[in-house]
Design a protein around this ligand. Structure first.
Ligand code: FPP
Length: 247
C-alpha cells in the first residue's frame, strides 16, 4: 500500500504519476558478488535476500501495484544439488522471517511457476504465505519459482483452448500466472547480462528494459530510484506515434 505522499515521492526525484504499475526484476549476480569477496555462493544468495527486503518495501511504499521477481528459473534446476538446497533453505527462512511484516504492509504473495518440483517443506511454506496474504489489498508480489516463460505460455494456451476453440490475445493473457498484474511496464535485470532469460515473455511485449552492471546484493533503493527515473524519461509509444504529434 502506498505510504509516501506525492511530495515525498517528488523528494526522491520521481513523478508520482510516472511510477510503473508493474515492475519485474531478474535478480542476477549473487554468485559473482560472493566470489568477488572470496565468499561461498550461498553468501551471495543470502545477501540477495537482504537486498530484496528493502526493494519490496520501497516498491510498495511508492505505490507500484505489482512486483514480479525471478527467484528460481526452470534452468536453475541444473545447478549443483548443494546450491539448490541452500536456495530452498533461504526461501523457507525468508518466508518465516518476513511473512508477518509483509502481511502487515498489505502485500499479497503469489508464487508463479511449477511449485510441485520443490521439496514439500518449500511448497508448504509458500502455500501458507499465499493463503495468509490472499485477501491483502496492497502490492501484488509475484515470486517466480521454477518458472519459465515458454512453459507458462504453453500452460496458458492449453487452458485457453480448453475454454474456447479460438482464443484471442486477451484469452491468453487471462490464463497467465500473472493475469491480475497485467503487462510489465519496467523490466530490470541486474548483474551485467543483457538478456530476458525466459522471463515473462508475453507480459514484457512492451516493457521498458533496464539493465545495470550492479550485482543484485548491491541493488539498493537508490539503484531502484535510478531505474524509475530512467523509466520516467522513456517515450512509451506502444508502436504508435508520440502523443504530442512530434516525430
Ligand atoms: C541469480 O544469481 C540469482 C538466483 C538464481 C536466485 C535469486 C534468489 C534470491 C535473491 C534469493 C531467494 C529468493 C527469495 C524470494 C527468498 P546467480 O547465482 O545467477 O549469480 P551469478 O550470475 O553471479 O552466478
Amino acid at each position: 500500500m502506498r505510504k509516501y505522499s506525492d511530495r515525498e515521492i517528488r523528494a526522491f526525484g520521481l513523478d508520482p504519476a510516472g511510477i510503473p504499475k508493474h515492475i519485474a526484476i531478474v535478480m542476477d549476480g549473487n554468485g559473482r558478488w560472493a566470489t568477488a569477496k572470496g565468499l561461498p555462493r550461498g553468501a551471495g544468495h543470502r545477501a540477495g535476500v537482504n537486498a530484496l527486503r528493502d526493494i519490496i518495501r520501497f516498491t510498495s511504499d511508492v505505490g507500484a501495484e505489482s512486483l514480479t521477481i525471478y527467484a528460481f528459473s526452470t534452468e536453475n534446476r541444473k545447478r549443483p544439488k548443494e546450491e539448490i538446497g541452500i536456495l530452498c533453505g533461504l526461501l523457507i527462512e525468508y518466508f518465516n522471517r518476513e511473512i508477518d511484516e509483509l502481511h502487515e504492509n498489505g502485500v499479497r504473495i503469489k508464487s508463479i511457476g511449477d511449485l510441485s518440483w520443490f521439496p514439500t517443506a518449500v511448497q508448504e511454506t509458500v502455500r501458507a504465505a499465499e493463503e495468509k496474504t490472499a485477501q491483502n489489498p496492497g502490492l501484488k508480489l509475484n515470486i517466480a519459482l521454477n518458472y519459465g516463460g515458454r512453459a507458462e505460455l504453453v500452460r496458458a494456451m492449453k487452458l485457453a483452448f480448453s475454454k474456447t476453440d479460438e482464443p484471442d490475445e486477451d484469452a491468453i493473457s487471462r490464463n497467465l500466472y500473472t493475469a491480475d498484474s497485467g503487462d510489465v511496464d519496467l523490466l530490470i535485470r541486474t548483474g551485467g547480462d543483457v538478456r530476458i532469460s525466459n522471463f515473462l515473455l508475453w507480459q514484457s511485449a512492451y516493457a521498458e528494459l533496464y539493465f545495470t552492471d550492479v550485482k543484485w546484493p548491491d541493488f539498493t533503493r537508490e539503484e531502484l530510484i535510478k531505474a524509475l527515473k530512467d523509466f520516467a524519461s522513456r517515450d512509451r509509444r506502444f508502436g504508435g506515434l508520440k502523443t504530442n504529434g512530434a516525430k
